[in-house]
Design a protein around this ligand. Structure first.
Ligand SMILES: *[C@@H]1O[C@H](CO)[C@@H](O)[C@H](O)[C@H]1NC(C)=O
Ligand SMILES: *[C@@H]1O[C@H](CO)[C@@H](O)[C@H](O)[C@H]1NC(C)=O
Ligand SMILES: *[C@@H]1O[C@H](CO)[C@@H](O)[C@H](O)[C@H]1NC(C)=O
Ligand SMILES: *[C@@H]1O[C@H](CO)[C@@H](O)[C@H](O)[C@H]1NC(C)=O
Ligand SMILES: *[C@@H]1O[C@H](CO)[C@@H](O)[C@H](O)[C@H]1NC(C)=O
Ligand SMILES: [Zn+2]
Ligand SMILES: [Zn+2]
Length: 441
């Protein structure tokens, strides 16, 4: 056994020496993916899937029909998959079935808000809308699956397609990982539509690109009574007001001014009459930072300030960081090597002036970061601006969000090309290792 093994390695090395195609990257065929993605066969199909999902938005962990659409299309393409993964998730495979493994991820969930755009494919579910473009993400990943399947013989490893539930709260990415679905995957790519970026353009950066985020809710308890006799009450409204002011000092005077952080109170509930001091007040909000250290520091100080400042006003406070409902999102941090890979692929496909490789980070959050904690990962923004739309409508989480569907071809082609060329490169690395080992013998 060991004898024939040695023979095999030597044999492979001979082949490697004789065929330069394996030792110098020939990625030219993967650059045609954009043409494939623009053919009516692929483009119209992606558009129809996107519209179908747009009409029937489903919230986190309820993406049953979306998941069904995905599986039925995969089935038609002859692509094997695992289901259910994390309740509604689907994990599909294109390629050899052997290492190296590279993953591509799309999220599937919608938001609990009413669509305000009047068009033929408007959401048919009152109070639910794909206002973060996850309908487009799903159709682009299916587009990539279709293109990769067309070129399956040239794929030098396995592409793992991850259709993930519950990005907008609920920690879908974490659940996918907990199920071991990404075992042996050595890199993962994800994208997000950007309605402010023109078609055919992409933006990203190496290192931190989005913040870590957490939520909190606090109950500040006093003693209710007649508003005209405050000395007989302990006023939680006054206490909560001071708590909110004090919380602002954490970012303004405890954080490094060069280390971006946010603490926002977005909820303040208390009282029901003009002449009654209530028993308690509830406040809540979000906090953001770009490093674990700053994030943990914020968490600790938010709790201390709320409890301490409430006590100044003789109130008691409890603070809940709601981690059961929504686990903290770590910061989204792009791997440096994958950044280089992304820039190569994107510049080859789109041209150097269409690739912003030094995008300004922002304080939004993405649960893609959970993958990046265990696998080198890379996240980028994809242009879907529709020139005919007014600027104020063109934002994610807006009830007026519209996207330029021409962007779907670019997303699908980039997904496919990032994965296929990654595998090609790493397959060669594997051979490189064998060669080196042999040289040492
Ligand atoms: C693809 O090939 C071109 C030259 O043919 C090369 O410049 C580029 O770096 C390659 N891209 C990747 C991702 O290997
Ligand atoms: C992942 O790697 C482990 C250890 O090398 C191996 O036992 C397992 O079969 C691999 N899983 C897949 C899906 O290839
Ligand atoms: C705060 O908690 C202490 C200890 O449980 C209790 O004695 C006190 O009455 C509470 N004060 C308010 C304002 O709820
Ligand atoms: C950040 O904290 C998380 C959770 O405690 C941990 O898994 C992760 O490795 C930390 N990341 C860094 C860069 O320290
Ligand atoms: C851009 O928006 C206009 C107006 O809503 C719409 O008619 C058009 O189809 C959109 N273009 C694309 C390519 O989606
Ligand atoms: Zn969103
Ligand atoms: Zn989103």
């Amino acid at each position: 056994m060991s004898c024939s093994f040695k023979f095999n390695i030597i044999f492979i090395l001979h082949i490697l020496a004789a065929t330069p195609i394996l030792s110098s990257p020939d990625n030219s065929s993967f650059n045609n993916f954009l043409d494939s993605a623009k053919t009516p066969e692929v483009f119209n199909w992606m558009v129809s899937i996107r519209r179908k999902i747009h009409e029937n938005p489903e919230l986190g962990y309820q993406e049953f029909e979306t998941s069904e659409v995905i599986r039925s299309e995969l089935h038609k393409l002859g692509i094997p998959y695992k289901h259910p993964v994390a309740i509604t998730g689907v994990v599909a495979f294109v390629g050899t079935g052997f290492s190296p493994f590279v993953a591509l991820r799309a999220d599937m969930d919608a938001l609990p808000m009413q669509e305000m755009v009047e068009w033929e494919h408007k959401s048919r579910v009152p109070g639910k809308m794909h206002a973060c473009g996850h309908d487009a993400h799903v159709s682009m990943l299916l587009g990539a699956a279709k293109i990769l399947k067309q070129h399956e013989k040239k794929i030098q490893g396995t592409v793992v397609l991850v259709f993930q539930p519950a990005e907008e709260g609920g920690g879908g990415a974490k659940k996918i990982l907990d199920q071991g679905a990404l075992e042996n995957v050595t890199a993962i790519f994800g994208l997000h539509i950007d309605p402010e970026l023109p078609i055919g353009e992409v933006a990203s950066r190496a290192g931190p690109i989005m913040a870590g985020s957490g939520f909190f809710e606090a109950k500040i308890s006093g003693k209710g009574g007649h508003a005209a006799i405050p000395q007989q009450s302990i006023d939680p409204i006054l206490a909560a007001s001071n708590v909110i002011i004090s919380l602002q000092h954490i970012v303004s005077h405890e954080a490094d001014p060069l280390d971006s952080q946010v603490v926002t109170i977005a909820k303040f509930q208390g009282g029901s009459a003009f002449n009654v001091i209530p028993d308690y007040v509830t406040i809540g909000g979000t906090f953001r930072a770009f490093s674990n250290q700053s994030f943990n520091q914020l968490r600790q100080r938010i709790e201390q300030v709320i409890i301490g400042q409430a006590a100044v006003h003789r109130c008691n406070a409890t603070v809940d960081f709601l981690e059961d409902w929504e686990p903290f999102n770590p910061p989204t941090v792009n791997n440096e090597d994958l950044h280089e890979h992304f820039v190569n692929v994107a510049v080859n496909m789109l041209g150097v002036d269409k690739v912003d490789s030094a995008m300004t980070p922002f304080m939004g959050a993405e649960d893609f970061s959970f993958y990046q904690e265990v696998i080198p990962g890379y996240f980028f923004m994809l242009g879907v601006r529709n020139a005919s739309h007014k600027q104020f409508e063109s934002v994610l989480h807006s009830p007026y969000l519209e996207i330029n569907e021409d962007g779907l071809s670019y997303g699908a082609a980039l997904h496919a090309s990032l994965a296929a060329s990654y595998l090609l490169k790493h397959q060669q690395d594997l051979h490189g290792v064998e060669r080196k080992t042999h040289d040492e013998l």
